[in-house]
Design a protein around this ligand. Structure first.
Ligand code: ZN
Length: 495
């Protein structure tokens, strides 16, 4: 290469590298302008005490309602009445079903649609053989080592008590809502597919009164405190769940002659069914890099350290190329597609008997955009053995995707950015199911977000051993709820 050409190549490469370095330097979290709001009064001691007491109420749900200890729900209700007198004097309280509550805080302008804040009072059980693994007993509601420990401390008595605490404090401040505020508390969210699910009972009761909501806030998203050595130094990234995946259980089965196991055919019914299972696992649903995935990756990449950002600033356009690698990582794949999980199998009842029927249950978590019907079509297409029977056992379609250019989403972003050093929370799709799903008859603006800062490892303890919440995440959560209610229902909001 001639000297001149060499210089030209080197200077072009240099310019590109310098350009990328400038791009990486400017690739920082997108801040949202937040109005300067007055400080909020927070009664942190009362909040801590009430949350500990609420954990001591063993409000464990069960698919069999006769096994639920309803007196524990009564105890929780009494705790609320005793702790929050102004709330109980000002708001109208209705009981729905066995232990559901709707609190109505009437706004001064009945022409405005109400907002709803919802939560569930129930918790998942603690299995007997894991009780001794807990640092403090799961229903002791212990305050120690900077945490409140116990079942429900993050899912979701923190959020539930946080709402009530905020309303009581707003009442003490003399706040009068212009828009009606509804607080809806279910009692069996943790029991999936319960016939007596309380959330649809509550939403139906509201619908029958002709109520339509401006918007609804539930659990499902959080603010993660990310800390990855050399890549991210304690940066906050928030996620607002704008949709949730659907759910379907299918049975795939095969009939056979059966008989004595001493004279088996080449493949028994179990053997043939196994091939169908392999077909299902081999042919996964198509993955999609959705705009929600792009948004999460972009938000997280912007918080990384400069050396990582040199690559991270180019990540968004690279995502489609990286898709084949991403789908090899199970937790990432579940964000990108409808998932297939073979969870149960049945064959013959005894070792020396050939099965007359072999069956497997397959659980699918369905991405918005796919339907239960699409899942059935997929199963029938990928299983090559046409003797296999396919039967839907039950399920829920995925939720609709809530719009993101709404005053509620704007309020969540502004309030978060006014309290925390973070960019606007990013929309994402919730993998599990929430009560919010059952309120789609009342509004299309449904947002799943808990304003508590948590490291991912603490968030993962929900439903597990040593579930706990950091005390220093509590005060700002109250400020969030108070400002959110002021912004959505206060005098400044002209609807
Ligand atoms: Zn929950």
């Amino acid at each position: 290469m001639k000297k001149k050409a060499k210089i030209a190549v080197l200077s072009t490469a240099g310019a590109l590298l310098a350009g990328n370095a400038v791009h990486a330097a400017l690739y920082r979290p997108k801040k949202v302008k937040s109005p300067v709001l007055p400080d909020e009064k927070v009664n942190l001691d009362r909040y801590i005490e009430t949350l500990c007491s609420a954990i001591r109420c063993k409000t464990v749900s069960n698919t069999d309602e006769s096994l639920v200890e309803w007196k524990e729900f009564d105890k929780l209700h009494r705790l609320f009445e005793e702790t929050y007198p102004m709330l109980h004097k000002t708001l109208e309280k209705r009981i729905i079903g066995k232990a559901g509550i709707i609190y109505v805080w009437k706004g001064s302008d009945p022409s405005l649609k109400p907002i709803a804040l919802i939560a569930h009072q129930d918790v998942v059980p603690v299995s007997k053989d894991t009780v001794s693994d807990w640092t403090y007993p799961p229903f002791e509601g212990k305050l120690a080592q900077g945490y409140i420990w116990g079942r429900g401390s993050t899912d979701m008595k923190n959020h539930l008590v946080g709402i009530l605490e905020s309303v009581e404090t707003l009442l003490e401040d003399g706040f009068v809502p212009k828009r009606t505020v509804l607080i809806c508390l279910g009692y069996n969210e943790e029991v999936t597919n319960s016939e007596a699910s309380s959330a649809p009972m509550i939403s139906k009761a509201l619908e029958e009164e002709g109520i339509q909501l401006e918007s609804l806030l539930d659990e499902g998203g959080a603010i993660l405190d990310l800390n990855v050595p050399h890549a991210i130094k304690h940066k906050l990234v928030g996620g607002v769940g704008v949709a949730e995946k659907g759910y379907a259980d299918f049975e795939i089965s095969l009939e056979a002659k059966g008989g004595h196991s001493s004279t088996p055919p080449k493949h028994s019914a179990v053997g043939e069914l196994s091939k169908a299972i392999v077909d299902l696992e081999k042919h996964q649903f198509r993955s999609h890099i959705t705009k929600e995935v792009k948004s999460i990756v972009d938000t997280a990449a912007r918080t990384t350290t400069f050396p990582v950002r040199l690559i991270g600033c180019n990540i968004k356009p690279l995502l489609p190329v990286l898709k084949p690698i991403l789908t090899q990582i199970a937790p990432v794949a579940s964000v990108l597609r409808t998932t297939t999980a073979v969870t149960m199998t049945h064959g013959s009842p005894q070792a020396n008997v050939l099965p007359q029927k072999a069956a497997a249950t397959v659980n699918f978590r369905i991405m918005p955009g796919d339907t239960i019907y699409d899942v059935e079509k997929h199963i029938r297409r990928v299983i090559r053995n046409k003797k296999i029977n396919v039967r839907l056992l039950g399920g829920n379609e995925p939720s609709a995707i809530s719009p993101t250019n709404t005053p509620t989403m704007e309020a969540i972003s502004q309030v978060c950015c006014g309290i925390y050093d973070m960019s606007a929370p990013t929309p994402f799709i919730v993998m599990g199911a929430t009560d919010a799903f059952h309120y789609q008859n009342l509004t299309e603006q449904i947002y799943r977000f808990s304003p508590f800062v948590m490291p991912p490892e603490i968030l993962m303890l929900a439903h597990g051993t040593d579930e706990r919440i950091a005390v220093d995440s509590l005060e700002k959560a109250i400020v969030f709820f108070k400002r959110y209610i002021r912004m959505m229902a206060g005098e400044k909001n002209e609807g």
